[in-house]
Design a protein around this ligand. Structure first.
Ligand code: NAP
Length: 308
């Protein structure tokens, strides 16, 4: 790397599957910047030490992904958004100190605004499936748009209850079997679980709902999930996970390089081609360094016969 060349990375474990380099290196090239965006495979337990020496390693900032999004709050000074969501996915230096933010919130909103304009007009209730990091960003985003009620439905009810405790009375916890009943009165359904992703169990859901329902899926591999396909078959408006992935990248780039990049049709086509040409991500060599194998978790959802 020559003097003056800027570097940014995405830190995760595993990281080989990350599409962030494709997005940011496209913008770097488009804007003629002397910069580079790389992947950094950092196992759990080594993230804090890595982030503490981020600048010494030559980086002006970073994205942070699974499993380090919560830990990112402790290595930097988080903004209000990251603190409220409980996870950060972007790090940057401000006045010499490392800051952290969560760009999934604006990525989720910008994607819905672009794909389904007017989706939040008079929106009284929304249903969010999941209570992990993605779901927390979604709930925070929905409350910021004055959605009156957000029903959170999760495999582990205690995680949904924790979300309600944090975000207050506008968040309600519901059970999986209540989903269809709730769909009748909801304006928005969001899947913030990995269900429907390549290599994961399908999301089985009966979309008995009014034609005004908007459906969003955070999963972007495959591009068109079973949920989105079912929604489109019914003529419902949809927003996909790839759109969110692209939109959430905008703020990070702006924080590092001072340029607000555009999510263009050409960039989206590049990502679509990459997603459809490549085989589903497989455990990468870097994972071999990981400790004990994780016992597969039983899918209570399917076992419990989620047929809402
Ligand atoms: P996370 O923090 O690990 O949370 C996962 C959530 O899904 C938890 O609520 C978990 O329930 C639930 N879940 C996991 N496996 C399940 C199963 N087999 N059956 C039922 N529920 C299950 O993950 P995350 O970061 O929120 O990510 C969730 C999904 O969103 C992933 O597919 C991720 O790639 C995607 N995502 C996409 C974007 C984007 O830009 N498009 C951004 C963020 C996330 P429990 O609480 O019971 O474990």
């Amino acid at each position: 790397m020559t003097d003056g060349r800027k570097a940014v990375c995405v830190i995760g474990w595993p990281i080989a599957h990350s599409r962030s380099p494709l997005i940011h290196n496209y913008w770097i090239k488009q804007h003629g910047l002397d910069a580079e965006y790389r992947r950094e495979a950092v196992p759990p337990g080594e993230f804090e030490a890595f982030a503490a020496r981020l600048r010494e390693r030559g980086y002006i900032g970073a994205n942070v992904t699974v499993p380090h999004k919560q830990a990112a709050l402790n290595v930097a000074s988080p903004d209000d958004r990251a603190r409220a969501v409980g996870a950060a996915n972007a790090l940057w230096y401000e006045d010499g100190s490392l800051r952290a933010t969560n760009t999934d919130v604006e990525g989720f909103l910008a994607n819905l605004d672009a794909a389904t304009p007017g989706w939040d007009r008079g929106l009284e209730s929304a249903i969010v499936l999941g209570a992990g990091g993605g779901a927390r960003a979604v709930v925070f985003a929905l409350l910021s748009r004055d959605v009156e009620r957000v029903y959170v439905i999760n495999r582990s009810p205690e995680r949904a209850a924790a979300l309600k405790k944090q975000f207050g009375a506008r968040v309600q916890v519901a059970r999986w079997e209540e989903t269809t009943g709730l769909l009748g009165g909801a304006g928005l359904l969001v899947n913030a679980t990995p269900l429907g992703m390549t290599g994961q169990p399908p999301l089985e859901i009966n979309l008995r709902c009014p034609p005004s329902l908007v459906v969003a899926d955070l999963v972007y591999d495959p591009l068109v999930t079973g949920l989105l396909a079912a929604a489109r078959e019914r003529g419902l408006r949809t927003a996909d996970g790839l759109g969110m992935l692209l939109q959430q990248a905008v703020r990070g780039f702006e924080l590092w390089f001072g340029i607000r990049p555009q999510v263009t049709a050409e960039l989206r086509a590049l990502l679509e081609a990459d997603l459809t040409q490549h085989l589903p991500p497989r455990p990468h060599a870097e994972m071999k360094r990981q400790a004990a194998p994780v016992k597969p978790r039983r899918n209570k959802l399917r076992r419990g016969g989620f047929s809402a």
